[in-house]
Design a protein around this ligand. Structure first.
Ligand code: HEM
Length: 167
């Protein structure tokens, strides 16, 4: 004897509910897990090791305190490549001004024009964030000047991150 109409409908609903909660439950767990990924902090000295001078080593550069792995752009950033001066450091100012002048190879943004700041943001979003994996953040983005944790720090790639998880 098969199940009658209303019982069958209830059974189907139960199955549907089970499947949905399993799906969303998992989704939630995945999101939660990714939100608590530890964040790697780079000091200036550490970042400098990834300046492309050693063949086969990863190449890192920071823009706005975000450290990107630009190894796949070796033709731009590798040893003897045109933009090699930008790597192994935070080159925010150089990117904003499209300049390779040694005095612009810094994270310093004071005195930049609105146009340069706009250009910086568009290259940051459209080139770096779109093209290269984030591997960490510079100390000056994560910490205050006195070395205490910067409460406002939010990793670009982890919207649910809480700095208290790190310290
Ligand atoms: C005569 C001057 C320049 C020319 C003709 C030039 C040309 C180019 C071209 C054609 C690309 C795109 C390459 C591609 O996506 O395949 C590029 C990318 C780029 N250029 Fe220049 N460039 C010049 C000067 C500069 C200067 C002074 C800077 C200083 C910061 C700069 C920084 C960059 C950066 C950061 C990229 C993105 C590289 C990437 O995708 O990772 N460029 N340039």
């Amino acid at each position: 004897i098969g199940l009658s109409g209303p019982t069958m409908a209830t059974a189907r609903l139960c199955v549907l509910f089970f499947l949905l909660s399993a799906t969303f439950g998992q989704d939630f767990k995945l999101k939660y897990r990714s939100s608590t990924k530890p964040v790697r902090l780079f000091t200036e000295e550490e970042l400098q090791r990834y300046d492309g001078s050693e063949e086969g080593q990863p190449i890192y550069m920071a823009v706005k305190g975000v450290v990107f792995d630009v190894t796949k752009g070796k033709e731009f950033y590798g040893k003897d490549a045109p933009y090699n001066a930008l790597v192994g450091k935070d080159s925010t100012r150089a990117v904003a001004k499209m300049s390779l002048d040694p005095s612009d190879l810094t994270s310093e943004v004071t005195g930049l024009t609105d146009e340069q700041l706009e250009s910086l943001n568009s290259v940051f979003e459209g080139t770096y964030k779109a093209k290269y994996p984030i591997v960490g953040y510079t100390a000056s983005r994560i910490l205050n000047e006195d070395g205490s944790p910067n409460k406002d720090f939010k990793p670009e790639d982890q919207p649910h991150f809480q700095i208290k998880d790190e310290f």
